[in-house]
Ligand binder design. Structure first.
Ligand SMILES: CC(C)(COP(=O)(O)OP(=O)(O)OC[C@H]1O[C@@H](n2cnc3c(N)ncnc32)[C@H](O)[C@@H]1OP(=O)(O)O)[C@@H](O)C(=O)NCCC(=O)NCCS
Length: 147
């Protein structure tokens, strides 16, 4: 598996296929929003990609808000799960964030999403609860980690 902090615009369709594997409505972004967000983040070196035998297996989309880093999403293709891909992507982002002078990373996760176990294992702790944060009366936990 190769991990890199770069994105080619031609890779967007492959990334969106993974996004569709990971999320359904109302959490699934439209293709337009997805492309815009990924390209914006890539310009700021905030996209990390996992690739195996020339095929993209996962990606992490990050950002910066009020001086803090945040993880927008980590998406891993179904067939590549359980092999530490998300752990590695998050680790790479954390190392880069630290080098960039950030001292904290935040994220929001649907209360029903088992990804919160992954984040907890990596040292993220619940910092709050956002009622009706998502559509359809879904709620979110906010989590954070000091670097
Ligand atoms: C959540 C997700 C990113 C995990 O990716 P992954 O590469 O399989 O994760 P890792 O292999 O690095 O997992 C590391 C640890 O996290 C925990 N973990 C990961 N996925 C889990 C799940 N579905 N349920 C419970 N624990 C989980 C486990 O403790 C795991 O360690 P183990 O394999 O030794 O048990 C992946 O399932 C996914 O893409 N989900 C859909 C998208 C999503 O919801 N992303 C998060 C948005 S906030």
């Amino acid at each position: 598996m190769i991990f890199r902090n770069s994105l080619d615009a031609e890779e967007l369709p492959a990334l969106y296929e993974i996004e569709k594997e990971c999320f359904v409505e109302p959490f699934l972004w439209s293709r337009t929003t997805f492309d815009k967000s990924l390209l914006f983040a890539a310009r700021k070196k905030n996209v990390w990609i996992a690739e195996e035998n020339g095929r993209i297996m996962g990606f992490l989309l990050a950002g910066k808000e009020f001086g803090k880093g945040y993880i927008d999403t980590v998406d891993v293709a179904g067939k590549a799960r359980g092999r530490g891909v998300a752990t590695k992507l998050i680790g790479m982002y954390e190392a880069a964030a630290k080098k960039r002078g950030l001292t904290e990373i935040k994220l929001e996760v649907n209360t029903d999403n088992p990804a919160q176990v992954l984040y907890f294992k990596l040292g993220y702790r619940v910092t709050g609860f956002r009622r009706h944060y998502y559509k359809l009366h879904c709620h979110a936990l906010t989590m954070g980690k000091k670097l």
